[in-house]
Design a binder for this molecule. Structure first.
Ligand code: GDP
Ligand code: MN
Length: 376
């Protein structure tokens, strides 16, 4: 589950991590009034998507009038499929340098990894592609050794005093991460001000859906619009997609078959994470797009692909699945049921990649429910 920046800032404050002052508002007049006391103001769109700066959703303003005008513009935007309905006004910090500080649940290591770079501000995913060496990583244990942390942070923060602040922030962020069962927390930019303060100017947090039952205070932060952006994006890619609240991802060709598949999952005691109809076309890219959207949902524990080939050819779907496995990090079991047009060709293609297809739908549904429960 994702939360908004303002919600993440509240949590940073709760964990004694310094942030610049901020207020949440929902219209331009409120924005002006809330920021009267500040000389320079940052007006920020609150949407469950990153890259707001680039999309025009983060603007500096130097007078109350300007705050009102910028707030009005930002409230008219749509960013990453989300219309902007709330904005944050912040007491703008002067930035001397932009760092990045983040914690991520590293599944391959089964542990938490701390990441820092002195090239903050920009998208970390972008930096990971263009200059991966600039991102320093430290595998954390349950207790952080301060000396180890200090020499690690020295890779991007040369001043001892600034590191003292960063050590405290990193430790508090790690406590937050563990206590709230997060899967990602990021401060970007983690900014150095001219007065020598290290401040969080933006925060992103994602929580483990499977652990939310332990944290009603985090569950209470849930935003109903989460998931709706996926639905909008699916539409632009020619897929019809509705997110549901279960844990079995589904990719089916044809709306009727998709409905029947959901019924069958329920019948055998499972819960579908989504409805997804790839339609009747024969384009492997659709399978890639579909899997990408399904995998974005962290609740998904296994995926059922149910293709009844008519106009849709099984070999095209099989090729799409192999493309998707190359391109995406498919870290949950895929159960494939493939029948109809070019079924044999499809199976042959899948077999080359070590995948099997099941013929019978009931068997496939039972298999995906088992796989989702971790039984092989
Ligand atoms: P994002 O694009 O969604 O990650 O939004 P950010 O909150 O990170 O803002 C984008 C950029 O706006 C940052 O990298 C900063 O360069 C700039 N910015 C954000 N807050 C401040 C601030 O308080 N003062 C100044 N001068 N710039 C800011
Ligand atoms: Mn940011």
């Amino acid at each position: 589950m994702k939360i908004h920046e303002y919600q993440a800032r509240d949590l940073l404050r709760e964990y004694n991590i310094p942030v610049n002052d901020y207020r949440l508002v929902s219209n331009a007049r409120e924005a002006r009034e809330a920021s009267m006391a500040w000389k320079q103001v940052v007006v920020k769109a609150q949407v469950l998507a990153g890259g707001r700066g680039k999309a025009g959703g983060v603007k500096l303003a130097n007078s109350p009038k300007e705050v009102e005008a910028k707030a009005k513009t930002i409230l008219g935007l749509e960013i990453g499929g989300y219309p902007v309905s709330k904005i944050l006004v912040c007491d703008s910090a002067q930035i001397e340098r932009e760092h990045y500080l983040g914690l991520i649940l590293d599944r391959s290591r089964q542990g938490v990894t701390l990441m820092v770079t002195d090239q903050g501000g920009i998208d970390i995913e972008e930096l990971a592609e263009s200059n991966p060496g600039a991102i320093h990583k430290l595998a954390l244990r349950s207790d952080i050794d301060e000396a180890v942390l200090d020499s690690f942070l020295a890779k991007s923060i040369s001043s001892k005093e600034l590191r003292r602040q960063a050590i405290s922030t990193a430790k508090n962020l790690y406590s937050l991460f563990l206590e709230k069962d997060a899967s990602l927390v990021e401060i970007n930019p983690y900014a150095l001000t001219p007065s020598g303060e290290m401040l969080a100017l933006d925060a992103k947090m994602v929580f483990d859906d499977n652990a939310l039952y332990k944290h009603p205070e985090i569950e209470a932060l849930r935003n109903p619009e989460e998931g709706s952006a996926d639905e909008a994006e699916a539409k632009t890619k020619g897929l019809s997609f509705v997110s549901l609240d279960g844990d079995i991802g589904c990719m089916v060709n044809g709306a009727g078959l998709a409905m029947a598949t959901l019924d069958l999952i329920k019948h055998y005691g499972g819960r579908a994470a989504n409805f997804l109809d790839v339609g009747g076309s024969s384009n492997p890219q659709k399978a890639v797009d579909a899997l990408e959207i399904i995998l974005r949902n962290s609740r998904v524990k296994a995926i059922l692909i149910n293709i009844f080939g008519g106009i849709t050819r099984c070999d095209d779907i099989a090729n799409g699945l192999l493309m998707a496995r190359k391109k995406l990090d498919v870290d949950v079991p895929l159960i494939i049921r493939l029948v109809g047009t070019n079924e044999e060709e499809g199976r042959t293609i899948l077999r080359e990649d070590g995948l099997d297809a099941i013929h019978d739908l009931d068997d496939a549904v039972k298999a995906v429910i088992k796989a989702g429960r971790g039984i092989s």
